[in-house]
Design a protein around this ligand. Structure first.
Ligand code: CO
Length: 134
């Protein structure tokens, strides 16, 4: 049985969060439903709702943020895909036992009061994966 219950969000790294939000609003009439400075990750996010999922526009707030490093190396664009799971710790354990490489050894707090864990893109066909327990 799949560990995934929904796509929680698709994250896009951007240099100017306000410009990106404005573009999504103008072009798609998109609605920002949440905005948060996620201090531990050194990022600010704006969530745009798409049915039961979100587009997460993400910009660094510190130079040592992983998103700052991503922008410097790869430029703006798709950053990660986040899948919703019922139990983040159990899903992380199962994924790692099945061969996925963890970035987080244990689940940690995400934005919106979620619990999250990341899996490394190496060995995951190049995509950074986040597991999200709402
Ligand atoms: Co995310």
């Amino acid at each position: 049985m799949s560990l995934f219950t929904e796509i929680d969000h698709i994250a896009i790294a951007v240099r100017d969060l306000d410009a990106a939000v404005d573009w999504y609003q103008r072009v798609f009439g998109a609605e920002v439903v949440h905005r948060e400075h996620v201090e531990p990750d050194g990022v600010e996010e704006a969530l745009i709702s798409v049915a039961e999922s979100y587009i997460q526009l993400l910009t660094p707030r510190r130079d040592d943020s992983p998103v700052a490093r991503f922008l410097a190396k790869r430029g703006e664009g798709l950053h990660h895909v986040a899948y919703r799971v019922d139990d983040c710790a159990a899903a992380l354990g199962e994924a790692v036992a099945a061969g996925a490489t963890p970035i987080d050894r244990a689940p940690r707090p995400g934005s919106r009061g979620t619990t999250v864990a990341f899996l490394h893109p190496a060995g995951a066909f190049g995509a950074l994966i986040e597991l999200v327990q709402v």
